[in-house]
Design a protein around this ligand. Structure first.
Ligand code: NAD
Length: 496
């Protein structure tokens, strides 16, 4: 009789995978770690243990990086662009075919509703693999006319950066892993992926799928471990050429400092406190629905959550009433239960941290519209929470990373851009209006990597993704990502 939480909601295939030992994936093999230490992976809906995972330390990180480095000198380094594309496409096909396992593992591990894994996490992962499969054969250089005396042929090549350390957070583990793996592999790099120690399951599962798809040994390695030990060792490793990191600004800053020692290439996708602006002429019903999704998708544990909602003072009573009513209808529960609309927060530590924000918001004078309390007796559930506040309060400035919406009133439309831009972050922004020209003008003035007009959160492999200001450095997705996974080499040939 299995002790895996919610076993009755899991397919036989998922249960069977969960029951296997969870080791490190290095050189296409599952290998135990050197010191035998384990990390317990917990179910956020109950706090019960799902399974234990081998935890990498310095020596294990070295093994994984050496494997990636050797792969670049061996079969993987010699794999043609067309074959790299075929491998990525095959992995996408396998992932799509086994999507039920991916959905169940992600929902169990992160606590998110199964429906969200069906419409977002798994299709995101599949589409990234396919999109970048197409790029593998299109990494062109240029032939550039030289003006030097004599005659020469000069051209550029795009070459892989080398060993890529991909470090991911716990909120979208599978999708974000593929945002990094797909372009890195399409460009011919070898990857050591370190998922968050809180949600390592889909990354480990995907590694086995990649082996089945035919990726040669060492091209993809997955090591689970703490940030302080495995993450830090990976960033410091001299054979790592590039770090692609998604996570908190605090850790991003540390990585940037460490990477500067030997000038490792870095891309950072960090936090946000994104403004979502309802202009007075907006379709209010559409805007409220949009604001709900922008904030409460994935329990509000989304970097791009529209957590600062600007509403005109003349409409604020109506909008707040509609938001309150919608928030109070959200069904909280175990992610795997098909009736669940919102899951728990990721951990007891995160819940405590969020409760600290809520206590300070009240002490600071923010008006609680709804929510604010822990929900149920098991797990780490928080009621969908809405405050009315002013711009300078902590709750309106700092990233809470939870289902906590802050509504800010305005009367002066002219001053809105300044207020919306008055944040250390610049990841996303939303505008709701029936005047499309005004919406587009505003979109051009907002300091954010992505701006949505009359929508929120659309995201696809072809569109660049990343932040202005302290929301990050560089772009993932689209052709822009290729810049970060290739080095440009100029070759000269003297023709005289
Ligand atoms: P985190 O920074 O705590 O951890 C992210 C990853 O970094 C984990 O794998 C962790 O183990 C590792 N890590 C921790 N310390 C490290 C160190 N010293 N060296 C190397 N690696 C280390 O972030 P989190 O709590 O997992 O995720 C939440 C944060 O991620 C939020 O701030 C959120 O906004 C951000 N995020 C951003 C995006 C984006 O696309 N911009 C997407 C998702 C999440």
């Amino acid at each position: 009789m299995t002790m895996i939480p919610h076993a009755e909601l899991l397919s036989a295939a998922t249960l069977s995978w969960l029951e296997q030992p969870k080791l490190l994936f290095i050189n296409n093999a599952l290998v135990d770690n050197l010191d035998g230490s384990r990390i317990a992976v917990l179910d956020p809906a109950t706090g019960a243990e799902i399974c234990q995972v081998a935890s990498a330390s310095l020596g294990d990180v070295d093994k994984a990086v050496q494997a990636a480095s050797r792969a670049l000198q061996g079969t993987w380094g010699a794999t043609t662009p067309a074959e790299r594309g075929r491998l990525l496409w095959r992995l996408a096909d396998l992932l799509e075919k086994r999507s039920q396992i991916a959905q169940e593992l992600e929902s169990l591990d992160v606590g998110k509703p199964l429906l969200e894994t069906l419409v977002f996490d798994v299709p995101q992962a599949v589409e990234h693999l396919r999109y970048f499969a197409g790029w593998a054969t299109k990494l062109y250089g240029q032939s550039i006319p030289s003006s030097l005396p004599g005659e020469a042929l000069a051209y550029t090549r795009r070459e892989p950066v080398g060993v890529v350390a991909a470090i991911t957070p716990w909120n979208f583990p599978l999708a974000i892993a593929c945002w990094k793996l797909a372009p890195a592999l399409a460009c011919g790099n070898a990857v050591v992926l370190k998922p968050s120690e809180l949600t390592p399951l889909t990354a480990l599962w995907l590694a086995e799928l990649a082996r089945e798809a035919g990726f040669p040994a060492g091209a993809i390695n997955v090591i689970v471990g703490t940030g302080l030990e495995a993450g830090a060792a990976l960033v410091r490793h001299p054979l790592v050429n590039k770090v692609s990191f998604t996570g908190s600004p605090r850790v991003g800053r540390e990585i940037m400092q460490v990477a500067s020692q030997d000038f490792k290439r870095i891309t950072l996708e960090l936090g946000g406190k994104s403004p979502n602006i309802i202009l007075p002429d907006a379709d209010l019903h559409q805007a409220v629905e949009g604001a709900m999704t922008a904030m409460f998708f994935n329990q509000g544990e989304a970097c791009v959550a529209g957590s600062r909602l600007f509403v005109h003072a003349s409409q604020s009573a109506e909008v707040l009433a509609a938001l309150k009513s919608r928030a109070e209808q959200i069904v909280l529960g175990v992610g795997l239960d098909p009736s669940t609309q919102m899951g728990p927060l990721i951990s007891s530590q995160h819940l405590e941290r969020v409760q600290g924000f809520l206590q300070r918001a009240t002490a600071d004078g923010a008006e609680l519209i709804t929510g604010g309390k822990q929900h149920g007796i098991n797990g780490y559930f928080l009621e969908p929470t809405i405050y009315k506040a002013t711009d300078t309060l902590e709750i309106a400035r700092d990233e809470v990373f939870a289902p906590v919406l802050t509504v800010l009133e305005y009367t002066d439309t002219e001053d809105l851009i300044r207020r919306a831009n008055s944040s250390q972050y610049g990841l996303g922004a939303g505008i709701w209006t029936s005047d499309i020209k005004a919406g587009i003008r505003m979109a051009h003035q907002l300091k954010a990597g992505t701006v949505w007009v009359n929508g929120y959160g659309m995201l696809e492999a072809a569109m660049p993704w990343g932040g202005f200001k302290q929301s990050g450095i560089g772009r993932e997705m689209g052709s822009y990502a290729l810049e970060h996974y290739t080095e440009i080499k100029t070759v000269w040939l003297n023709l005289l």
